[in-house]
Structure formats: structure tokens, C-alpha cells
Design a protein around this ligand. Sequence first.
Ligand SMILES: [Zn+2]
Length: 310
Amino acid sequence: MSAKLPARFTNEDAARKHLEALQWPDGPVCPHCGVLERSSRIAGGRPGLLFCNACRKQYSVTVGTIFERSKIPLNTWLYATHLLCSSKKGISSHQLARMLGVTYKTAWFMAHRIREAMAPKAGSEPPLGGEGQIVEADETYIGKKDGPKGRKAPQAGGFGHKRTVLSLVERGGKIRSFKLGGSTGAEIAKTVRTNVDRASTLHTDGAQAYKFVFPKGQHESVDHNKTFVREGKTDKVHTNTLEGFFSVFKRGMVGTYQHCGEQHLQRYLAEFDFRANYRVKLGFDDATRGDIALKGISGKRLTYRRSHQT
Ligand SMILES: [Zn+2]
């Protein structure tokens, strides 16, 4: 690793201090009993170990996080998080392995854990949009068009199987993407209803699935290239924000990740959503974006332990 990097990427103590400041802005909180400021540092033990005087248990800042029990140094985790947060089209596990000085397999596992930190906790975010706001909804298809030797792809399953992705974006705001399963039409309607504030105006293409999801007058589709009036201004009906997002996502999936298994698609979507939601245009720089991802490491250990072990 280069000497020019910030200390938290090269030194384990600096990395732990950085993480502690992020996770415990008001002082250490015991993860066992939730008590604040009753802990003391344990001298001579494992670095970062604290003792809770309330419940008399030991803990460190990584308890209950995706970094718990990892043999990978914390500074390597922080550097990996930074790289994934600041690479616009993502970063391949080969590239990550080279930059971190770890094996390909380790880099792959690390990247997937970090993607989980980037995903919002289920139900933690309010619906998109609201009164006077536009929410765009659109789908795209991920997967290879043709099989080996240009053979026509089979309809479902196998090498030519395409996955449907639905994305929702509040114009000028946040984006949420979903991997859909089989019955796309019903799933689209349900996902839009769950994730978009009922007072918003929905912009979509002419697909049947979006009809009747929102009340009349709150849904505009692009098919007739029409305009509509909002707050006294004439706006064009479009889903250009999502077209731009899909283009970045697809270039990343093809160029950086060379496609992925269906079981991992939602994690890659979380990664691209995350970078878009904390983009420079909304006032976030690389360092802030990295810190937001690091704040997402807690409460996700179960998710990662279900998926794999290293
Ligand atoms: Zn305690």
C-alpha cells in the first residue's frame, strides 16, 4: 500500500479509532446491554477491547458488525470500503486483491460484505417522493442476449436467462433498485406501492404494469412525449434519470464484474444504488461516502453469516 494513503488505511490502530469515532460519537456503547459511557479500556489485552462495568462483559467496536471475527486487519477493511465507495463503475475482485495485497477469494468475500453494509436496513428508509415530487419507475434486463456460438437464448433458465431489475428514483434524490422474480407485473405494482409515497407523481414508460398502480392524475407515461403542469411550470414526462443509472450499472456489470450469479444481483444493485444516493452532486465526497458505508456495518452480521464464512 502506498505511503500517501491516510493512516486509517495503513495502520490498524488508526483504523479502529476512526471506526470508534463513527460508531460511538458520544462514547463507547456496550453492544451487550446498550449502556453508554460505563466502559473501561482493557490494558494489555487484544487492542480495542473494552470492559462494560454495567454488565461486566467485554467487547470491541467490531462486535455485531460485518468485521467481527475477521482475521483481515481493520485498516484493510477500511481501505476496501473506500475503494468500493469511490469507484464509479465498481472495482473487480482481481483489482481489489492486487490493491489490498490479499487473495482473490478474500477480496471477493470482503466486497460482498461491504455491499451488505451499503444496503439500507429493511424498512429503515421512508418511501420515495411526496407531495409535489416526481418519482421515476422503470425496468431493465440484465444478462447475456445470446448463448455460445450465437445460438438463440432459451426462454427461461440457462445461459440466456435474463433478470428483471426495477428501479425507482425520486427526481433529484434517492434511488432504490430491486431484483424481480417471476411474476413481474404483480411485483412491479407491489414494489411501487410499498416504496413510493402515495402523494407523488409517477413517471413511467407505457408498460401495462404501471397502470392503475397510482390514482389517475398522479401517473404520467412517456409514450406520447407529453408535458404536464407541476407547480405552475410545464415539465416533460421522462425517465431519463433511470436511463442514466441503468447505463452506469450495465457498464459496471459488463466491464467490471463480467456479470454475476442471480443470487448476488441484489447486492450489486445495492452497491450502485449506494454510490448514486451519495453522489458528488448531492454534496457527498469520497471520504463522507466511505464513512456512511462504515456506519452501515452494524446489525448486518447475521446476513453475512448466512451467506458465507471466511
Ligand atoms: Zn454492557
